[in-house]
Design a protein around this ligand. Structure first.
Ligand code: HXC
Length: 283
């Protein structure tokens, strides 16, 4: 069993033991959009390894199937639900299926995202809209449709505590990032959604809403699609102590935020980038 787990860890790049106790999410149910690949899959794995049951939502059936079987082979209760966050009916159906299967929802992680590199002058308004639809509107739609399950006193919920939302963001929009006008705008909206919902739903329903803004994370579509090798080399030369993050780093931040250790954290977006976004070239 242990050997199989090690093999899985190697195959899926899960690198290190967690410093958190294995039962901190025992009995919890989490739904992750984009939870079948990349950073989303690593968060699925770590939430599952710490006791949560996992529902993953994604567009690609083959990706969902292999993620679910990998999670199950680690002893994690997992289901895959096909759907596109741009489609409100899909959101409703996926949430209903999650409740039908696991009885409740405690944690929603919005990790689905769309991206490509393109100069602003070559980006069509529809290309801009597509990324806003996935990242910003998709995040809002999932939160909106999940509210009745996450709120204090919702189905299967404690009457004194509500659920938790995590929105995966980025640091692109803290400054300005070349060829990323669409994603920068989309993630700026995501951060704003995080704050507005933290205010309204934290107050009314005891739901905590936070974000995580990853820097460049190795073995992800974000890096392979967005940062060609020459860009990475340049970064290494210019940024003191430059190193890429691991998916594990993002998953540990998610665990912290969803665990009771994060019970007073609401409306923040935690930057997990090794200090990269604020650094300047040495002179
Ligand atoms: C210019 C492009 C383009 C490109 C698509 N478009 N790709 N424009 N350059 N490379 C334009 C199209 O021309 C079209 O506009 C519009 O966008 C919609 O394109 P479709 O192909 O129809 O969209 P769709 O099939 O729905 O695919 C969505 C997608 C795709 C976002 C374009 O890349 C995708 O599904 N990606 C999901 C997976 C992904 O990228 N994950 C990475 C996340 S990493 P017109 O005008 O022609 O109709 C990440 C990291 C962020 O988010 C932060 C990093 C630090």
């Amino acid at each position: 069993e242990r050997e199989r787990e090690r093999e899985r860890e190697r195959e899926f790049g899960v690198s290190m033991e967690s410093p958190f106790k294995a039962d901190i999410l025992k009995g919890k149910v989490a739904l992750l959009t984009g939870g079948g690949s990349g950073i989303g899959y690593e968060i699925s794995t770590q939430l599952g390894k710490h006791g949560a049951s996992i529902a993953i939502m994604g567009r690609r059936k083959n990706v969902l199937d292999s993620a679910v079987s990998a999670l199950r082979s680690l002893g994690i209760q997992a289901i895959g639900l096909e759907g596109d966050v741009r489609n409100r009916d899909d959101a409703v159906r996926v949430l209903e299926s999650t409740i039908k299967h696991f009885g409740k929802l405690d944690i929603l992680v919005n990790a689905a995202a769309g991206n490509f590199l393109v100069p602003a002058e070559d980006l069509s308004p529809n290309g801009f809209r597509t990324v806003i639809d996935i990242d910003s509107v998709g995040t809002f739609t999932m939160c909106h449709e999940a509210l009745k399950y996450l709120k204090r006193g919702g189905p299967g919920q404690d009457s004194s505590r509500g659920g938790i939302i995590i929105n995966i963001s980025a640091t692109l929009h803290y400054t300005a990032t070349w060829y990323q006008i669409h994603v920068s705008a989309a993630k700026a909206a995501v951060d704003s959604i995080t704050r507005s919902l933290a205010l309204e739903w934290g107050t009314d329903y005891d739901i905590r809403v936070n974000g995580i803004a990853p820097g460049p994370i190795e073995d992800t579509a974000g890096v392979s699609k967005l940062a060609p090798d020459d860009m990475l080399k340049e970064m290494e030369q210019n940024v003191p102590l430059y190193k890429m993050g691991e998916k594990w780093d993002i998953a540990m931040a998610a665990l912290y935020l969803v665990s009771d250790a994060g019970k007073y954290i609401n409306g923040t977006t935690l930057v997990v980038d090794g200090g990269l976004w604020l650094s300047r070239p040495r002179h």
